[in-house]
Structure formats: structure tokens, C-alpha cells
Design a binder for this molecule. Structure first.
Ligand SMILES: [Fe+2]
Length: 538
């Protein structure tokens, strides 16, 4: 149906390559973008899906001809294959435009709901500041034998200069960028599109998205830093020069959603013409992997109340200190989440929770601080409602997958966190109800970099020190590392859930960048017990 010039360069026609996402048991969404310079409204865009790498055993062939739609969406194209594919299968695909074939992608469908998969493996990803390092971690992700990518947010950062870097950050040649608006913070739809185009031009990120099917969430930086919903103005607000201008912020967040929707192959409900911003977009959704895993993915930005104004000390942190009614999820999403977690019938019940679930204390006794107020430490009433519901329903094998903090964490989740957090002694005395595994940042500023401790003797001294201190101050945290960057692989089987946190050298833009294992933990099915298995993987 399509003729292909074998000598043509795919990057000239498809500068952001290809991607897949939004898996179901009978389909995925395929994504590409046509270079505007080669776009011809009279030419159809072809797509082929095959069982084999050579693209001879075709299972689907189609064409997109709606030139107005393609132009209106920054030349991005999504093709939904729902109904065309078989469950739990891998396929190869490519796009063809004016005789040029794109690079070949590989995609995967979900297992059927009545299937019994032996295992499901995710690469869990977060926080990829393009200006703060190179992306060889994505090259390693591309080569991982995983079923899906789960991205828990900060796919882009909304600045073109060093605003989300720190004291100990280095410069990375070739990463300098300039937003079309001329501002140093994102200001318009054109700016967001520019950021996605730039990030998606990275060859290692492309490789990861070509190799695996994406399950995408978002966090704040896809919109603006620390974005929240101001109920007084009924508009978003956050860390932006115009962050307190409700009309501007409403428009800006609408632009952020629109660009996200154009550039991410995700199966979400989106109505660009809807009246209320909060009703236009529904990020939260469930993925089921046969009888093995239920994955609930939440939106923790569009509905969240403002951060608390008080400095978080033991005397003002905790459900009894918080004004009633504070929320991160909003009522409707919270009810959906609690229902999804407590009614799950799969062996593992997993919450892709963008931000740190468990408390994080620095200090001791009355000299404690809870610095991660953007995580659930700033929303302790709602956290307790969720954890108590999970405990009351006796949910077995409960796991949260988190990001945002640019650290590696393995921790116990508890029904509640009494003691200091609620006025008594200690910090973590509730019943254990599950575990939390945090994936590190691909490149974004971590605590060691913020304090200029990433290299030489400072790293050798402070890395073990922090990894010792944090669990000491937080008895529910089994492992912490804030000195590396990379990704994690989380595998679920009938017997166990295993987390392996990898560090990848972000200072080299080469596929040979060093990779090492930071930590590996295993939780056996049926017991809440974190077993250190780092030696098995090191
Ligand atoms: Fe981040």
C-alpha cells in the first residue's frame, strides 16, 4: 500500500520519532510527529503494525488524511488501535510519509482481565530536567526487558535556564534552550510545545519510547512548579511570575494540558472546549494486568489545596493540626481511588502516587521538621483517610510507586503515623499495610547536588551518612539514597514484588554511560516485609 525509499532519513521527516501508550487488552495508541518542513496536506500518513520486526506479517495498516487536524496539533498524530490487537502481545509498528519510513517502534497490549500472567515488569521513571544532565538512563531503559514504562511525572521542566538547578549543579553543553515567548518561564502553548519537541528530540528518550509502551502520569512541572488549585479564585496558582493571576494561570494550565495531550500517547478523557478546567481533563485511571496487578494512577496537582503556610514542625504537622477538608485529590478522585484500592481483586494492588506517600522527618523529637510539604506530609488528613480505608479493607500486597523527591526510597506504609506526627512519642507506630518504592530522578536536582555533595570525598562521606540518618529519623523508611540519578525496575510475580533502583551517570551523553545498582528490595506475597536483595543484583 505504501512505497518506501530505503535510503531516506527517518529523522528529517519524523524528528521526534515514534511512541506508544495507553495500552488496553485490544490496543495501544501510536504517536508520531511530522516535520512541518516536509508536511504536504495532500499526502496521507501511513501506519503499519506487524507481528515481526521485518514488518512483513502485517496485522494493521491504515492512513491519516485529516491535514487540518495534524496542523492544528503542532503536526503531532495519534492513532488509536483499540479493537485491532490481541491481548498480552508485542507488536512492531512504523509510520510512512511521502515514501519515508519512521524508525520502528515496539508496543505491547495489556493481558486480558481473566489472564494469569507469570510476571509484569515496569520501568518506573520520573523527573527529567533536560538542562540538568544527559539522558543515557533512557538508553538503559530501552534495553531493559520490561513490559511497560510507568512515568510518574516531571516529563518536562517549564524553564529554559537554570531555575530548577542548584548550588552543586553542573553545566551540560548542548542543552541550552530558548523559549519562543522570550521569557525564562513557560508563558504559552507555543512554549509548552517547544519544550516537548526539545525533550523528545533526545535520542535516548526516543529509544526508550520506541522500545516500550508508556503509561503516563504528570506532576507539577508539566504545568508550573508547585501548582495547586486556589478555591478562593477557583483557578490554578503556583510558582510562576504570574502565579497569582487567576485568568492568566487558567489559560496557562489549559495550554499545559493541551500540549501534554498532544505529545503524550495516553488514553485520557480530554475536552479542550470544556468550561471548567478541572473538568476538561481526567488523568486518573486504572490499568489491570490480568489477575496479577491493579494499577491506579492519580492526578495530584489539578485538585490540590495550597501548601500550608506554617513551617512544618512537630507542633503543626499531623491530621489534628490541619484545617479540615484539606485535599490533594479532590473528593471525587479520592472516592474513586479508595474504591479502586479496596475493591481490587488482583494479587498486587498498586498506586502510582506521584509524590512521597510516607512521612519524611528531618531531626528528632521537638527539633523535627517535615520538609516535604508538597508530598503527603502536607495533606495528612487525606493520607490518613486513604491508609485507614486500605487497612480496614485488609488490602493484601499494597504497593505505592512514587517519584517527585529525586531519591531512592524503600519504606513501609502504615495505617496511620501516630507518635510525634499526632502528638505522642516516636514517629511511626501504626500497623504496616504495604510498601513504598520511590524511583529516582533521571536528571533533576537531588539533595546531594543541591548541597554540592555529588563528587569526590564529599560524596564518599555524605552518601552513607544520609542513607544512615534518614532511616534513623524515620523508622518506617528502610532505605534512602539522595546522591544518584537513574530509574527503577519493579517486577510483580505471584510470589513477590521486587524493586531494583539503578544509578546511571548523567554527565556523559553516551550509550556507554556507567550503570550500577543502588539498592534492591523484595516483598514476598502475603507479608509486609522488605527484604534487602541488593547482593542478587549488584
Ligand atoms: Fe521532579
Amino acid at each position: 500500500m505504501f512505497t518506501i525509499d530505503a535510503d531516506s532519513d527517518p529523522d528529517q521527516t519524523f524528528p521526534q520519532s515514534v511512541a506508544s501508550g495507553g495500552p488496553t487488552p485490544d490496543g495501544v495508541i501510536l504517536w508520531t510527529r511530522i516535520a512541518p518542513e516536509v508536511f504536504d496536506p495532500a499526502e496521507p500518513l501511513g501506519v503499519q503494525v506487524a507481528h515481526d520486526e521485518a514488518m512483513t506479517d502485517l496485522v494493521y495498516e491504515g492512513a491519516v488524511t485529516d491535514a487540518d487536524q495534524i496542523r492544528a496539533h503542532d503536526y503531532t498524530v495519534k492513532i488509536d488501535l483499540a479493537g485491532h490487537l490481541d491481548a498480552a502481545e508485542s507488536y512492531y509498528y512504523r509510520f510512512i510519509y511521502r515514501g519515508v519510513a519512521s524508525r520502528r517502534g515496539r508496543c505491547r497490549t495489556l493481558p486480558d482481565s481473566d489472564a494469569t500472567p507469570d510476571s509484569i515488569r515496569f520501568a518506573v521513571l520520573a523527573c527529567q530536567n533536560y538542562l540538568n544532565g544527559y539522558f543515557p538512563a533512557f538508553h538503559h531503559v530501552a534495553e531493559e526487558d520490561v513490559d511497560f514504562l510507568v512515568h510518574v511525572g516531571d516529563f518536562i521542566y517549564e524553564s529554559d535556564n537554570g531555575q530548577f538547578k542548584g548550588f552543586g549543579s553542573y553545566d551540560y553543553a548542548g542543552r541550552e534552550k530558548s523559549l519562543p515567548s522570550g521569557h525564562d518561564r513557560v508563558w504559552s502553548l507555543a512554549d509548552y510545545r517547544y519544550l516537548y519537541r526539545t525533550y523528545r528530540s533526545d535520542r535516548f528518550l526516543q529509544e526508550a519510547l520506541e522500545s516500550h509502551t508508556l503509561i503516563a502520569g504528570w506532576d507539577d512541572h508539566e504545568m508550573v512548579n508547585d501548582v495547586y488549585w486556589d478555591r478562593r479564585t477557583n483557578a490554578p496558582a503556583g510558582d510562576h511570575p504570574r502565579g497569582d493571576d487567576p485568568a492568566f494561570m487558567t489559560e496557562l494550565i489549559a495550554d499545559a494540558m493541551h500540549a501534554w495531550w498532544e505529545y503524550m500517547p495516553a488514553r485520557v478523557e480530554y475536552d479542550p472546549n470544556g468550561d471548567a478546567l478541572q473538568e476538561r481533563f481526567r488523568l486518573w485511571r486504572t490499568f489491570e494486568f490480568g489477575d496479577l496487578v491493579t494499577l491506579a494512577l492519580t492526578d495530584e496537582r489539578l485538585f490540590r489545596d495550597p501548601p500550608r503556610e506554617a513551617i512544618p514542625t512537630p507542633d503543626n504537622v499531623g491530621p489534628h493540626r490541619e484545617p479540615p477538608g484539606r485535599t490533594m485529590l479532590g473528593d471525587e478522585q479520592r472516592e474513586w481511588l479508595v474504591e479502586t484500592l479496596t475493591e481490587s481483586e488482583t494479587r498486587w494492588t498498586v498506586w502510582a502516587d506521584e509524590v512521597l506517600t510516607v512521612p519524611f522527618r528531618i531531626g528528632s523529637g521537638p527539633f523535627s521538621l517535615y520538609p516535604v510539604q508538597g508530598g503527603w506530609d502536607g495533606y495528612t488528613r487525606e493520607r490518613q483517610r486513604i491508609t485507614e480505608a486500605v487497612a480496614a479493607a485488609d488490602v493484601d500486597n499494597f504497593v505505592t510507586l512514587t517519584g517527585d523527591m529525586h531519591s531512592y526510597v524503600a519504606a513501609y506504609q502504615q495505617a496511620s503515623y501516630p507518635g510525634r506526627v499526632t502528638g505522642g512519642e516516636g514517629v511511626a507506630q501504626g500497623d504496616r499495610i504495604g510498601v513504598e518504592f520511590m524511583t529516582p530522578a533521571i536528571t533533576s536536582l537531588n539533595v546531594a547536588e543541591a548541597l554540592h555533595l555529588t563528587r569526590g570525598w564529599r560524596k564518599r562521606l555524605t552518601e552513607p551518612l544520609l542513607s544512615w540518618l534518614v532511616p534513623l529519623m524515620n523508622p518506617h523508611i528502610e532505605f534512602f539514597d539522595g546522591h544518584s540519578w537513574g530509574y527503577s525496575v519493579v517486577e510483580f510475580t505471584g510470589d513477590a514484588c521486587t524493586y531494583v533502583g539503578y544509578a546511571v551517570d548523567k554527565t556523559t551523553n553516551e550509550p556507554t554511560a556507567d550503570r550500577s545498582v543502588v539498592a534492591a528490595y523484595r516483598v514476598p506475597s502475603g507479608v509486609v516485609d522488605l527484604i534487602d536483595v541488593t547482593d542478587e543484583y549488584a
